[in-house]
Design a protein. Structure first.
Lengths: 285, 399
């Protein structure tokens, strides 16, 4: 089987060892969502860059707190990109920071998207809201290794057209032979695209024996997508999703991210649907 | 350490044990009475041990009673465990200072004191082994736990009585201490057989043994008999917990009635992982929630619960930062708080998380149950919720 480019083994920074990072650039993506390009200090730079698509870093602002943030940039790419929605303590403070400010990072953590396993597959990459950040590195890898995949589609849903982001990326992905589809549930004047939720975009996608889905977004969105995909005959072991839970250590000590038997930080965040199906079907687990 | 001979010490020799440990550079920690319960804290004098006291325990019930004949170790599990010392309720994990816009980590961490804990039981050593798997044997090592663990000396004690809340026999965690100690004391009448479990234990034993009588094989048989007798007693207690009325006619929990005869506990662990994971939607969870206060006491006293959260403590300018790690409880909303929704907002979901993690998820995560059968969560639950009873009820509902 083809070994995909830039899928390196990681040796993450253990808890609680950090590397310094400086904000090299900030891009406004959508209301409340910004992408931070982080230039990482030398000594540990290689460890941070040896990530795999779907992994995350812990972003630490001393005195404020720490948050798990997906690595949006492709493995090895420097500066590292983190796309963050301001929702609380850390993410709001981050939104108030400026270029050249310093923050601390540790990572990369977690179980990545199984791209190597999916060589030859027809990939459907579905994201809701800021969940697109978690699949961005996977899309980049599919672009670089385009010939090793069949059909590749990116389905991206957001609340309003203003909440759609990575527009330049989307154009580049399309140019690289990837089908990029957008949907919003609150359209505005001038919106010509479809209205509704991400799973509705699935209807127009061919579903073959080679199809595999990877998805990240709100849990309700991922559940609806799974239901729609399984109804079209996709076996649950061809569906991967990235779960989100509270986490303070990212190393399996703090216990906060537990989901059934799983620690989302180290057994996930990426799970194959059939492996957690018995937990997914339970309300308030 | 089969080659190093066991020997006898008397109750009067216990002070020498404390002295030898301190001379070897350990701070001694031992059981003692505080606020009506046997807890663990620093102790230098054997006279401070809980001599002549027995702990009566039941759901939501703990009383110390005087028994003139009782030795200093007649009590069983109290509210503290080794967790309090290796993974303390609150600890500083880091300090940072901002200088000219850049964060410097302050090197304020000093090596922890070497502790010698006198008194842990079989269930306590089992709990320690479980926490070792969490903090030392995974993909990452917790440096704070590790530093304390490496400096720990354990003088374990074999129990010769069990409380009604004890069910270590069901969990294969006791009552006999079989491994994981430096020294092991087995009370036989008013004396103790001392056995050696490590090289560090042998060093202390060498000093203690000087004036002591060595054990004959018959003496060791006598020591083994203590645990055997207790194990037999526990095994012949009723297997299925008797269902108690939850409240008396007056509305006070039955278990707080001192004259209600305590029911000895046991737990049927057969297929328990699948039993719980197949019954995540059982009605019983809601029924438990009608009694559970979500106080989290059970998670605080449990010797294996390991959840924690990290808090930032900053000065006003935000330039001096201390990070504190605290015990966390799955009975709080903060535990699972993420943006958007709270995954476990109800008491039913929280209790289910606690019980299924302890008895089912733990098996997948760490290859063993997360419960040692120490009974602490039963005793210290203010409303006497009893996990053995709840598992039996779920089993009944499922059948
Ligand atoms: C693996 C993983 C990858 C992730 N990747 C990304 C990413 O790429 N981009 C991104 O933007 N996010 C990502 N997240 C989500 C991010 O980690 C969370 O949003 C995180 O909570 C943000 O931290 P915060 O300190 O800003 O928010 P917090 O302060 O933790 O607040 C989060 C929410 O909880 C509420 N809240 C906080 N405390 C309380 C309280 N006491 N009572 C009631 N409500 C409260 C806040 O109002 C807010 O809505 C990821 C999460 C995981 C697990
Ligand atoms: S769950 Fe209860 S009985 Fe089991 S180890 Fe924890 S406190 Fe002890
Ligand atoms: S089970 Fe008991 S101790 Fe545990 S949270 Fe509920 S009321 Fe508190």
């Amino acid at each position: 089987m083809k070994t995909l480019a830039s899928t390196g083994a990681t040796s993450p920074l253990p808890p609680w060892q950090y590397t310094r990072a400086r904000i090299a650039a900030i891009t406004r993506e959508a209301p409340g969502v910004q992408t931070y390009a982080l230039a990482i200090d030398e000594p540990e730079r290689d460890r941070l860059l040896a990530s795999q698509p779907g992994q995350f870093n812990m972003v630490y602002l001393p005195g404020i707190g720490e948050a798990a943030i997906s690595i949006a940039s492709a493995p090895g790419e420097h500066p590292i990109l983190h796309t963050v929605r301001a929702v609380g303590n850390v993410t709001n403070h981050l939104a108030g920071m400026t270029v050249d400010d310093e923050l601390l990072l540790r990572g990369p953590y977690g179980n990545p998207w199984p791209l190597q396993e999916l060589v030859g597959a027809d990939l459907i990459i579905a994201a809701g809201g800021v969940g697109l950040a978690s699949v961005r590195a996977a899309i980049c890898q599919a672009v670089v290794n385009r010939q090793y995949f069949g059909r590749v589609a990116v389905l991206f849903g957001a609340k309003t057209p203003a909440d759609l982001f990575y527009q330049a990326d989307c154009e580049a992905w399309q140019a690289a032979g990837i089908d990029v589809e957008h949907i919003v549930d609150q359209p505005c004047d001038g919106w010509n695209g479809p209205t509704g939720f991400v799973h509705q975009l699935l209807a127009d996608q061919p579903m073959t024996a080679a199809t595999a889905i990877i998805t990240c977004g709100p849990e309700a969105m991922m559940r609806a997508l799974a239901t729609a995909a399984f109804a079209r005959g996709l076996p649950p072991d061809r569906f991967w999703l990235s779960m989100e839970r509270n986490m303070h250590c990212a190393a399996g000590f703090c216990g906060l991210c537990q989901f059934g038997s799983e620690f989302v930080c180290k057994d996930g965040p990426v799970f194959r649907h059939d492996q957690i199906a018995r937990f997914l079907e339970v309300h308030q687990l | 350490m089969p080659d190093t001979p066991a020997f006898w010490i008397s109750e009067a020799d216990l002070q020498r044990l404390f002295d030898c440990l301190r001379a070897a550079g350990f701070q001694t920690v031992a059981p003692q009475v505080r606020d009506g319960a046997v807890i663990y804290d620093r102790l230098d004098e054997a006279a401070g041990l809980p001599h002549g006291l027995v702990d009566e325990q039941d759901g939501g019930y703990y009383r110390l009673t005087q028994h003139p004949d009782a030795g200093p170790f007649e009590h069983v599990a109290g509210p503290h465990s080794l967790k309090n010392f290796l993974f303390p309720p609150q600890e500083t994990i880091q300090q940072w200072r901002r200088q000219e816009g850049s964060w410097q980590q302050l090197n304020t961490q000093t090596a922890p004191e070497a502790l010698a804990v006198i008194g842990p039981r079989a269930c306590d050593l089992a709990a320690l082994a479980i926490q070792d798997r969490v903090f030392l044997e995974g993909d990452f090592v917790d440096p704070f736990y590790q530093a304390r663990r490496e400096r720990l000396f354990l003088v374990a004690i074999n129990c010769r009585r069990a409380a009604a809340t004890c069910f270590c026999h069901s969990m294969n965690c006791g009552p006999e201490v079989t491994a994981g100690y430096d020294l092991l004391l087995t009370p036989v009448d008013k004396r103790y057989v001392v056995e050696i479990g490590s090289a560090a234990g042998e060093q202390i034993a060498q000093q203690l043994r000087a004036e002591a009588t060595l054990c004959t094989p018959a003496d060791l048989t006598l020591a083994r008999k203590v645990s055997q007798t207790l194990a037999e007693q526990m095994a012949t207690r009723p297997h299925t917990p008797v269902r108690r009325a939850l409240t008396t006619a007056e509305g006070t929990p039955a278990s707080t009635q001192p004259d209600a005869a305590p029911v000895p506990r046991s737990l049927d662990t057969e297929n328990i992982r699948d039993l719980l994971f197949d019954n995540l939607q059982a009605d019983r969870w809601d029924e438990i929630a009608s009694r559970c206060l979500s106080c989290g006491n059970c998670t605080m006293v449990c010797p294996t619960c390991f959840c924690s959260s990290v808090q930032e403590v900053a000065d006003l300018a935000g330039d001096e930062v201390t990070r504190e790690r605290h015990w966390a409880s799955c009975f709080t909303l903060e535990h699972s708080q993420i943006h958007g929704e709270n995954p476990r907002p109800t008491t039913a979901a929280q209790y289910r998380q606690w019980l299924t993690h302890k008895l089912a998820g733990w098996i997948d995560q760490f290859g063993s149950s997360g419960c040692t059968g120490c009974g602490r969560c039963i005793t210290w639950c203010p409303v006497g919720i009893d996990l053995t009873e709840e598992v039996a009820a779920i089993r009944e509902e499922a059948s």
